[in-house]
Design a binder for this molecule. Structure first.
Ligand SMILES: Cc1cc2nc3c(=O)[nH]c(=O)nc-3n(C[C@H](O)[C@H](O)[C@H](O)COP(=O)(O)OP(=O)(O)OC[C@H]3O[C@@H](n4cnc5c(N)ncnc54)[C@H](O)[C@@H]3O)c2cc1C
Length: 413
């Protein structure tokens, strides 16, 4: 009998980790990892941070060296995207014409930047950031630019703003919502980040929209027009208005799709031979009670390990605690849990020192912690939340002098 075979489509964080986890968990069959990009799987987080700042090179970013794939007997197929899934025949057709048979298929297709649709969005110097190629283009653009306009006050936009400001560019951030990172952090954390950016000299405009971009005779962007008619100089524009899950081949093959490839608690799609992981997958959130799609390294890596366990014969539902980090200037924000739906925020520590944690509660339930330059708070709350407690009740956390280290010590007695 032929050895079982797994084909993983998408050679990013989730795909590369799935292939590696299959081997480390004892899978002995064929593994083929298919990527659309022409490089080995790499880390995306540094693209808006150290790579953009020039302190890390592209070769530093590889998740695993080429030798790892050889040693682990993982066939890596680069620059050859999957163009069609033939579920009835259990085959994947690649752009090159190559056809791969599978017993199990894992879709790890990631996401792509949402595009801006205003006039002028196609001008030279108007960029998005998802891939190493995008980041190289942005880094080159930053060398000659004087004024960067960031459209969208989400994580990627704010990280780019911080890196560019540190490199000496004039930076404006235009955010359509009433606060920064409205979907991801508490109002108090939005306000802290806003103050941080303004203190570093970034002009941040909230509740404002870019209505048009205008270029020079050579077709290079030179200015932006905002609602209300204001014009601002911009010789480089980064559009950071969110990402859309990559679902094309899955949708074309008739798999259930709705803001992501829909999967069950075991990350199985509507076809039991096909799983989906990472940014492209929408799964039943055990911590939210509703389907969620998360864009984070944690989610990609933990889902990869979960799907590998299933394919190795040890199925378990996906239940990892979400966590996330971002770095802007000298500020490292680490988030444990998901805070949506919180109705109360408590502060532990003094924000004016630049080191503190915000605790987001719904009623008496701690939903999430947002720690700024407090890695110990983050690690402790992450561990306790992941283990199901014990967690501080709001009145305990509100007591002057409350600290997570002492709380943990007391709780473990
Ligand atoms: C600039 C930036 C900064 C970030 N910073 C952070 C951070 O600080 N912390 C954090 O937790 N997360 C961060 N993230 C998010 C994190 O990188 C993603 O959540 C993570 O990469 C998701 O992994 P993935 O494998 O699902 O998707 P990806 O890493 O996007 O990989 C998907 C891969 O699939 C390929 N693909 C798509 N379609 C096909 C096809 N048909 N055939 C073959 N291949 C295909 C794509 O080319 C891509 O290489 C950041 C993301 C970006 C863009």
């Amino acid at each position: 009998m032929a050895a079982p075979s797994v084909v993983v489509i998408g050679a990013g964080q989730a795909g590369s980790d799935t292939a590696a986890a299959l081997r480390s968990q004892g899978f002995g069959g064929r593994i083929t990892l298919v990527g659309a990009e022409g490089v080995l799987p790499y880390q995306r987080p540094p693209l808006s941070k150290q790579f953009l700042a020039g302190t890390r090179s592209s070769t530093d970013l590889a998740l695993r060296p080429a030798s790892f794939h050889t040693a682990q007997d993982i066939e890596f197929v680069g620059q050859d995207p999957a163009v069609r899934l033939d579920r009835a025949g259990a085959r994947v057709l690649l752009a090159s014409g190559r056809s791969l048979g599978y017993q199990h298929l894992v879709l790890a297709l990631g996401a792509r930047p949402r595009r801006l649709t205003v006039p002028g969005a196609g001008l030279d110097g108007v960029l998005t950031l998802r891939t190493l190629t995008d980041a190289g283009r942005l880094r080159d653009g930053m060398r000659d630019a004087g004024h960067l306009l960031v459209i969208g006050g989400g994580f990627v936009g704010l990280e780019v703003a911080a890196t560019a400001r540190a490199a000496g560019l004039e930076v404006t951030v235009v955010e359509a919502g009433a606060r920064l990172l409205a979907r991801s952090v508490s109002g108090a954390m939005s306000a802290h980040l806003l103050a941080e950016h303004r203190a570093h000299g970034v002009r941040v405009l909230l509740s404002r929209e870019v209505t048009a971009l205008r270029g020079d005779g050579a077709g290079h962007v030179r200015e932006a027009e905002l609602d209300g008619g204001e014009r601002i100089a911009a010789d480089l524009v980064v559009v950071g208005i969110g990402a859309l899950p990559e679902v094309g081949p899955a949708a074309d093959a008739g798999l259930a799709v709705d803001d992501g490839i829909l999967v069950d608690a075991f990350l199985r799609t509507s076809d039991p031979a096909v799983h989906a992981v990472g940014d492209c997958a929408r799964f039943p959130g055990p911590h939210t009670g509703r389907p969620v799609r998360l864009e984070s390294v944690q989610n990609a890596a933990d889902q990869a390990r979960c799907v590998a366990a299933t394919l190795c014969g040890n199925p378990r539902p996906y239940a990892a605690l979400p966590w996330f980090w971002t770095e802007q200037y000298g500020l490292r924000l680490q988030i444990a849990g998901l805070g949506d739906g919180h109705d109360r925020v408590l502060t532990v520590g003094d924000p004016s020192t630049g080191r503190f944690s915000l605790l987001c509660y719904r009623g008496r339930q701690l939903l999430a912690t947002e720690s700024v330059n407090q890695p110990a708070d983050h690690m402790i709350t992450r561990r306790l939340m992941g283990a199901g407690g014990p967690l501080p009740a709001p009145e305990e956390a509100a007591r002057p002098g409350f600290g997570f280290k002492a709380f943990q010590q007391a709780a473990s007695v």
